[in-house]
Design a protein around this ligand. Structure first.
Ligand code: DCP
Ligand code: MG
Length: 616
């Protein structure tokens, strides 16, 4: 990749611009600033499904669509549909409050993530299916990044510069009929900033590199719109979408128009060869509160606020911040002597990455060159865990081990088996065999004199691993039966080895995992090879048979369950850290909870934190 500035081109639709040509190096002349390199050669589309868990429940039971629907985990509304939002409900509200605001809200428990995970996989495969490469990355359950660069390159080369208004987007190099018509003189959908039109034909008003970038993003916006329509028509899900040249910008700009809409961040992006005026990236990102920038963690945001405000910012981890405690990107970026080394002074310390100063400086300037990572066909490990108010006796432990093992085996069957379970006549095949079984537990901290407890798990998790027995792959038995054998033959003795003197106090967490994944020969590296249409159909028909109960019963069942459930059980969940494991170093990944030390995906972080704040 060249580090030089882009050479102006004669025609916007000239030969496809090579990636290397469009890497812009911006040498910032201001004191203390280091060179920032922003790669504008890519076109990245970020999808965030609207009210995802609620949409999954609505897909199962369409009668819910017209009702205010909230999804409950612990005492919290983790999401609610847009009908509920219209009536004043919002995400991460306490259930109690939600009921007060909207007494007829339908509340559905969403502690079992299986159906959300399954829907997420199906939709991910659907979106990935549009790409020519495998550059599709899933973030949490409801976000997907697509790197459409090569499709855009190809289509740029085939544009007719004399008739951009009647263009055709080719979706398949082999099949010239597969595609859609579009008007390449205009963006499809809203833009940031709002724009009345792009002066593509006016040579004097826009420099050539910006013209090319604009056209590429126009193509990206039409592709995004096309994929959104198909997602809606064929899968029944809507999404909020952002289009730009990096994961960071695509993700942030999408939020400008929610729900069921899309936004492209339009040039000039700024700091380019010819025009040095502030571009749209700074204009856009400057207005964000520092804590809203993916990649700037909670602790870093707090330190930045404290630095800028010259006082300790109020400790309000997960609620909207008072105006006087808000610190915008602009305040940090433009403060005197600000730059990578200053940021290292402010943010560095034991346990922080060595490049935290530079990385944060990049983010504050809207620079994120991280790749959209290719998808793995199988996860590295699968782990299921549950947290408890305190499990004290061995028989309860055994019961929990059985529940967790059953979920684990079900999850292994979903994630590691090729072929669609439940449809007739299909061969089921393990795509990978984990080799190791791991049991981890965490003890609850002991009570203080006043009866309170510190959430300071200095003892952390204790784990024990053992070879995974082969019977776990036996598909002739039900998951429950296999789980029982796993508990009796392996997990009980592993647990006894963890606590040989039998005193384990009160357990606050149990996690059962299979690790050390060995992929079977012949597994297609990137594709699950599953038929998405069939999977969706299967999911719908499963849903249809389940939803015969009708909405009212549905509602009451869950209302009856929830109070008692919450009193003594916190709900099994997948340890999402494993799913996101390979993302740990990345800008859009997990964050370590200050309270319990768990790695939490960013999308789930606020709910997790709220959980700590809700009294036992
Ligand atoms: N989720 C969760 N805990 C959180 C946040 C989210 O369990 N703290 C779950 C429920 C959401 C899903 O993850 O449905 C996706 O999170 P989003 O923040 O994208 O929220 P939604 O998709 O529900 O709503 P929106 O339409 O605002 O994107
Ligand atoms: Mg969403």
């Amino acid at each position: 990749m060249s580090n030089g500035y882009v050479e102006p081109r004669r025609n916007a639709t000239d030969q496809v611009t090579k990636n290397s040509d469009m890497r812009i190096t911006s040498m910032l002349a201001l004191a203390g600033m280091a060179a920032l390199r922003r790669d504008d050669s890519r076109v990245i589309i970020h999808f965030d499904y609207d009210c995802f868990y609620a949409s999954v429940l609505e897909a199962e039971n369409p009668a819910l669509k017209s009702l205010p629907l909230a999804v409950q985990q612990k005492q919290i509304v983790v999401t609610c549909n847009y009908e509920a939002r219209r009536r004043g409900l919002r995400k991460l509200q306490l259930i109690r409050e939600a009921r007060q605001i909207c007494p007829d809200v339908v509340i559905v428990l969403g502690e079992d993530l299986t159906k959300f995970r399954n829907a997420s996989k199906i939709l991910y495969d659907f979106l990935k299916g549009f790409l020519w490469t495998q550059r599709a990355e899933r973030l949490g359950f409801d976000e997907v990044f697509l790197d459409a660069t090569d499709m855009i390159d190809y289509n740029m080369a085939l544009l007719n510069p004399y008739d951009l208004a009647h263009s055709f987007f080719f979706l398949d190099k082999q099949d010239p009929t597969n595609g859609f018509q579009f008007d390449a003189t205009k963006f499809c959908g809203p833009t940031y900033p709002e724009s009345a039109g792009i002066p593509l034909s006016d040579n004097t008003r826009i420099e050539e590199s910006q013209r090319t970038l604009t056209l590429r993003l126009i193509l990206g916006s039409h592709l995004a719109h096309y994929i959104r329509s198909r997602l809606d028509n064929e899968c029944g899900y809507t999404a909020t979408v952002g289009i730009s040249t990096s994961k960071l910008l695509a993700k942030l700009v999408g939020n400008t128009h929610k729900p069921n809409n899309q936004t492209a961040l339009i040039p000039p992006y700024g700091l380019s060869a010819i025009s040095r005026e502030e571009g749209n990236i700074h204009r856009f990102i400057d207005d964000h509160e520092v804590g809203k920038i993916p990649g700037i963690g909670f602790k870093s945001a707090h330190k930045l606020r404290t630095y800028i405000l010259h006082r300790e910012a109020k400790f309000k981890p997960y609620t909207e911040r008072d105006d006087k405690d808000q610190v915008k990107v602009r305040n940090v970026r433009l403060s005197s002597t600000m730059g990578p080394s200053k940021l290292l002074d402010i943010l560095g310390g034991p346990g922080t990455p060595r490049d935290i100063g530079f990385r944060t400086w990049e983010l504050l300037n809207g620079v994120d060159n991280s790749e959209v990572r290719e998808a793995r066909a199988v996860p590295k490990q699968i782990s299921i865990e549950d947290s408890y108010m305190g499990v004290e006796n061995f028989w309860d432990v055994k019961k929990q081990l059985h529940l967790l093992s059953t979920s684990l085996i079900q999850r292994m069957r979903t994630d590691l088996i090729d072929g669609n379970q439940g449809t007739d006549g299909e061969d089921l095949r393990w795509m990978a065999h984990p080799r190791t079984l791991r049991l981890s537990t965490r003890r609850r901290s002991s009570k203080n004199a006043d009866g309170s407890r510190d959430y300071c798990f200095t003892n952390g998790r204790t784990s024990r691993s053992a070879p995974l027995p082969n019977f776990i792959f036996n598909l002739a038995e039900s998951a429950e039966v296999v789980a029982e054998k796993l508990v009796n033959d392996c997990l009980v003795s592993m647990f006894r080895k963890l606590y040989p003197d039998k005193s384990f106090g009160e357990l606050s967490l149990i996690n059962v995992a299979v690790t050390n994944m060995v992929e079977s020969a012949g597994v297609e590296k990137q594709s699950s090879g599953r038929d998405i249409g069939k999977m969706l159909k299967q999911q719908r028909s499963d849903a249809a048979s389940k939803s015969e109960k009708g909405t009212e019963n549905f509602h009451q069942d869950f209302l009856a369950q929830d109070e008692s459930f919450l009193n003594n059980h916190s709900g099994a969940r997948v340890d999402e850290t494993t799913w996101e494991e390979s993302d740990e170093e990345e800008v859009l990944s997990t964050q370590v909870c200050d309270v319990c030390g768990s790695h939490i995906p960013l999308f789930a972080f606020s709910a997790h934190a709220l959980y700590h704040r809700v009294p036992d």
